[in-house]
Design a protein around this ligand. Structure first.
Ligand code: PEP
Ligand code: MN
Length: 275
């Protein structure tokens, strides 16, 4: 067999869509679209709780927030670590939301899995094979972001690493790729959604925040993602973006998130889904 071929994640191997159970009432890949929303980073209890309350009220069932942050500069806020995981778990419990957070290092897999419902592999780590193998050995859902310069095939092969090591619960996430474009943080490759549906049985969600870099672009891209068949959205929402320690420039205010949610619900209905 040619060594570049993925098999376990391929649509040829499994015709039916994979539906991942995050919690018995929260599934990804079925009729219901899941919105994962919250701050880029967990900064303190107050901001996390305010963001979670607003996101829940608008219809999100999953709270996002990073405790281990992959920052371009070593001087930037790196996250609260375990303290952040504790806040995320507590707020998730208080608001009855499932949680998603990033794991950066294979040595932290067990720790992160003990606090969060979904573990996120960031774009910069898509081909960290030690991390992927480690995540194959747990049974929690893994959200695998597309690397900033990864081809679709490389992304599916990264997913194959996790599944081959024993964990079939992989959610793909398109978050934009690096192109010659300068005015947009990353170029959102929405074509990924229908092509992944052709090539693979795994669910795919879209991150309109890191692919846009500014709030005005987030609602149109989120609506387009729902229209073209995405199984969910991973979006940054912050009660006070100007005080955020990470990615405040692209965070939606709760009121703008709410408006976007109402519009997305209409689009979901038009394409035979629900939010
Ligand atoms: C994030 O979700 O906060 C993040 C760091 O995203 P990405 O890995 O896509 O840059
Ligand atoms: Mn971010």
């Amino acid at each position: 067999m040619e060594d570049k071929v993925y098999t376990l994640v391929s649509r040829e191997t499994k015709k039916e869509d994979t539906i991942i159970t995050v919690r018995k009432d929260i599934k990804i890949g079925g009729k219901q679209i899941q919105i994962m929303a919250g701050p880029c980073a967990i900064e303190n209890y107050e901001f996390t709780s305010q963001a979670a309350k607003a996101c829940k009220k608008s219809g999100a069932r999953i709270l996002r927030g990073g405790a281990f942050k992959p920052r371009t500069a070593p001087y930037s806020f790196q996250g609260l670590g375990e303290e952040g995981l504790k806040i995320l778990k507590q707020v998730g419990k208080e608001e009855d939301m499932a949680t998603i957070t990033e794991v950066l290092d294979p040595k932290d897999i067990e720790l992160v899995a003990s606090y969060a419902d979904i573990l996120q592999v960031g774009a910069r780590n898509m081909q960290n094979f030690a991390l992927l193998e480690g995540l194959g050995k747990i049974d929690k859902p893994i959200l695998l972001k597309r690397g900033i310069s990864a081809q679709i095939q490389e992304w599916l092969l990264a997913a194959e690493y996790i599944v081959l090591n024993g964990n079939p619960n992989v959610i793909l996430c398109e978050r934009g790729i690096r192109t010659f474009e300068h005015d947009i943080r990353s170029t959102l490759s929405l074509t990924s959604v229908p092509i992944i549906k052709e090539l693979s049985h795994l669910p795919i969600v879209v991150d309109p925040s890191h692919s846009s870099g500014r709030p005005s672009l987030v609602p149109p891209m989120s609506k387009a993602a729902i229209a073209c068949g995405a199984d969910g959205i991973l979006v940054e929402v912050h009660p006070k973006p100007e005080e955020a320690l990470c990615d405040g420039q692209q965070a939606l205010l709760p009121k703008d998130f709410d408006k976007m949610m109402q519009e997305m619900k209409l689009i979901a209905k038009a394409v035979g889904r629900e939010i």
